[in-house]
Design a protein. Sequence first.
Length: 323
Amino acid sequence: MTLELNAQRLGGKILELHKVAKSFPDKLLIEQFNYIFKKGERIGIVGPNGSGKSTLLKMIMGELDPDKGKIVTGDTVVFGHYTQDGIVNKDDLKVIEVVQEIGEYITLKKGQKLTASQLCERFLFDSHQQYSYVSTLSGGERRRLFLLTILMKNPNFLILDEPTNDLDILTLQALESFLEEYSGCLLVVSHDRYFLDKLCDHLFVFEGGGRIKDFNGRYYEWREEQKRIDAIRTTVAKEVPKEEPKKEKVKTKLSYMEKREWDELPGQIEALEARRDALNAVFEGAEQDPEEVAAAAEEIKQVLAELDEKEMRWLELSEFDYE
């Protein structure tokens, strides 16, 4: 029997995000994000560590308020949230007792009932281990039990934050089997390409600087699009600009100092772009030093202002005759 939970019915309004923004003193994470969730959507969230993915989940769950905008949750929405740090610490209870605290059984799609014990077996707790105390479980087994308690609540909007980081292969296989038939909304944060490709057909891509790209497609399709975009950018950068036909209008010639400035500008712009990219890498790093991030945030403002000034000056000088 396939594990197909009869998720609680969702109403017409599910979840709406209107011009949502969130930042911290040293970093802008989300800026003007809009989205209206529809029934049965399966969305993956991707992006560098520290880009705001978990922050978005916390705002959706109501654990964190947006700085601007609003989030509207439908009356019938029942969230289930698997977190990276989620774990069951009820050491004085047995495994089966933890599950039965939530319910004695769950209803499947076709009306059949699955007891708490049967659900435990589906997620690899055999009859012997079900009567073991939580205190005897390993860290991985506790996280598996935490996942089981979430599913037992029969949520119709399931949020999974990096499930492949903590769960073993067999548990992930059981979870994938369940999610393939899950009828509610699914929101998954993961760096696991295989997991996302198998379960999600829509992406929120955190691009940095508060930007979130809404991509209608699977992870592999997004990666292919990124490769095409990168190839086009590389080709354009290597192309030598074609000489345009001379206009009849006589341009004013550059002075000697302006010619020197014109010759030096491309190198200056390239150096500023390289510094900008290096500073952005500080924000996206897995391990962030608060002082380094604050210093980088201050410096990048100056770099971007100078880069804008140099690019504008280059455009101004390009209007004049070089000779």
